[in-house]
Design a binder for this molecule. Structure first.
Ligand SMILES: [Zn+2]
Ligand SMILES: [Zn+2]
Length: 390
């Protein structure tokens, strides 16, 4: 694989960083050890500016090229946080923090961007500025928003931004980049059904919330099937169903249903919201109960790559691997990098993790073989997007 030679030399060291992060996973906005190591290394590499505590526990570093005739500033982002999952890999460097695990490969993402930082600070073979964004709390914590709220784009004058996620099931070290939507929007919600609980033997004296909730679960399946244009995509999954009783002969007063909504298109989101609301309200009414729908926060928007930025990223990927990128469809998981892409043009790319366990699985592990490839991608993109004219 024609990765940059420097990364082949550095690969043992970058692998050691990755495994150390893996052993010491930290959850959202608690990434102080990780961020401290990141900042120490960035200082040792000779970055021009390093800001710690950005977006709570994030780190930002600036590397200036040998020239700055272009006046362009490109941002690269990696996420640092782990998940509340008990690791089951049995690896010699498995998590030492009970109930916490790097099950999404953010240990690898952080290490790849650090590796790229070392190379870029050594060589500075580009005409412009690179800003490295080590983001906290990607896993549902609002880390991207925290960095944006701290003025990431304005303070560092970022013109465009790129990020990378490993992807199990894509051949190790191959890239997949889409022009347009790459990942879905995500919106969590809770449905609350209220009735009148009572004795299971005398249901005629109750308003049975279990029955009402069951009808809502079934009717909800009609929303995507019958209200969304079949050429557009959406998912409604009702994932958690809980009543306020768990014994055999008590009809519950209240049942709550937790779920997630996924979509790419804002119009689809509006239609789904209206249909969900109507079905929930009127189904409950038909049975003499009351029900409400609550969307939790704003969710995250779809991850939409700028067409031109996706082409730059694809060209850099091809230059690194010597191969075409892999054809994929957009995926329904979501990513808060989408908020950075709403602020600036850019692209989010997948790098194949090979035949590994899936993301968020207790057996998952980041594939160390792809570290030099990911580092090379960032370095190549900086050099090709901001070339030094001779
Ligand atoms: Zn994840
Ligand atoms: Zn992730």
């Amino acid at each position: 694989m024609p990765v940059k030679n420097r990364f082949a030399e550095l690969s043992d060291e970058i692998t050691a960083w990755r495994r150390d992060f893996h052993t010491h996973p930290e959850l959202r906005f608690e990434e102080t050890r990780t961020a401290g190591l990141v900042a120490d290394r960035l200082k040792a590499f000779g970055c021009d500016e390093i800001v710690e505590g950005f977006g709570k526990t994030g780190v930002v570093a600036v590397i200036r090229g040998r020239k700055n005739g272009s006046g362009r500033t490109i941002g690269f982002r990696a996420d640092m946080d782990a998940l509340p999952i008990e690791e089951a890999t049995g690896l010699p460097y498995a998590s030492e923090n009970p109930g916490k695990m790097h099950a999404c490969g953010h240990d690898g993402h952080t290490s790849m961007l650090l590796g790229a930082a070392r190379y870029l600070a050594e060589t500075r073979n580009f005409d412009g500025t690179v800003v490295l964004c080590f983001q906290p709390a990607e896993e549902g914590g609002g880390g991207a928003k925290a960095m944006l709220d701290d003025g990431l784009m304005e303070r560092f004058s970022i013109d465009e931004i790129y990020g990378m996620h490993n992807w199990p099931g894509i051949e190790a070290g191959q890239f997949a980049v889409l022009e347009g939507p790459q990942m879905s929007a995500a919106q969590a919600f809770t449905i609350t059904v209220k009735g009148t609980g009572g004795h299971g033997a005398m249901p005629h004296l109750t308003v049975d919330t279990s029955l009402v909730a069951s009808h809502i679960v079934v009717a909800m399946q009609s929303v995507v099937a019958r209200a969304v244009n079949p050429l557009k995509s959406a998912v409604i999954s009702l994932c958690g169903l809980r009543s306020d009783t768990d014994i055999f002969n008590v009809i519950p007063d209240t049942v709550t249903i937790k779920g997630t909504l996924r979509y790419f298109n804002k119009d689809v989101r509006v239609v789904i919201g209206e249909r969900m609301d109507a079905i929930i309200k009127h189904t409950a009414e038909a049975y003499g109960a009351r029900a409400s729908l609550e969307f939790l926060g704003d969710g995250v928007p779809p991850t939409v790559n700028d067409v031109q930025a996706a082409r730059y990223a694809t060209a850099a990927a091809k230059a690194v691997t010597g191969r075409e990128t892999v054809d994929i469809d957009p995926v329904m998981p979501a990513e808060d990098f989408s908020q950075m892409l709403e602020a600036r043009p850019g692209a989010y790319v997948f790098i194949g993790n090979g035949d590994s366990a899936d993301l968020h699985n207790p057996h998952y592990n980041f594939n160390d073989d792809i570290l030099p490839v990911g580092c090379s991608f960032f370095a190549e993109l900086a050099e090709s997007r901001m070339p030094i004219a001779d």
